[in-house]
Design a protein around this ligand. Sequence first.
Ligand SMILES: Nc1ncnc2c1ncn2[C@@H]1O[C@H](COP(=O)(O)OP(=O)(O)O)[C@@H](O)[C@H]1O
Ligand SMILES: [Mg+2]
Length: 252
Amino acid sequence: MLLEISKVTTGYGRMPVVWDLDLTVAEGEIVALLGPNGAGKTTALLTAGGFLRPMSGTITLDGASITAVPPYRLSRHGLAAVTDDRALLPSLTVQENLALVRNRRSDPLALFPELERLMGRRAGLLSGGEQQMLALARALCSRPKAILLDELSQGLAPLVVERCLKALTDAAAEWGLGVLLVEQNVSEALKVADRACVLSHGRVALESDAASLREDTGLIESSYLGEAGAGPGTDPGPGSGTTARGGSAGSG
Ligand SMILES: Nc1ncnc2c1ncn2[C@@H]1O[C@H](COP(=O)(O)OP(=O)(O)O)[C@@H](O)[C@H]1O
Ligand SMILES: [Mg+2]
């Protein structure tokens, strides 16, 4: 398995907000991590990206443990992250932002030709969509093994979202990039995902292949209701490859 998050409990200070998370991304696979606001998606992504240290559990990339590796070292291991702030240097130009990538292995302009005419512009003056393309170009040009993305679609026009998602599906097909896509935009995420996992109140409420979820959108809706709606005993309905986990049923 390319990226393997096993039994990870994580949060802030001593307060966990995500419990016992198991999540895998295979080579060339796109996994969507969905769930309502506050479910713990960003926390899970920040933990996988080394920004938060898990309280328990392990994270491996390509068989090597990356559980305690700080974010600035993870690129060497082949893990890229685009967090929701996009981490660009706003006073530097597009060209300068791209030049800061140390181990460049593809031409960022081949990935995003749209950036060519913007090379001399300061990143802070780009539109949201242009900034997201720059962030993706930066992350992808080192040809990482896996990439973590937080709310890629947020605030972007649908065409730009599609464009960015296409860059990810291309990379998955071209060099086997594994993608963990944290999204509030369920329909866009399901268009490109192979599998999806829904977090609710810090726990996995539903795990499924994306095709089943595209067919039956009710599954996602009921998992979003989490403990309030799909409590223990609620039949999540049939569906091959779909696992709905009980809501508030505590063990012990
Ligand atoms: N820096 C923080 N300190 C303490 N609690 C936080 C912090 N960031 C987020 N949280 C809490 O963690 C929970 C999960 O948040 P988050 O991972 O951002 O959810 P999501 O990305 O799914 O919207 C929420 O209850 C949120 O209030
Ligand atoms: Mg978030």
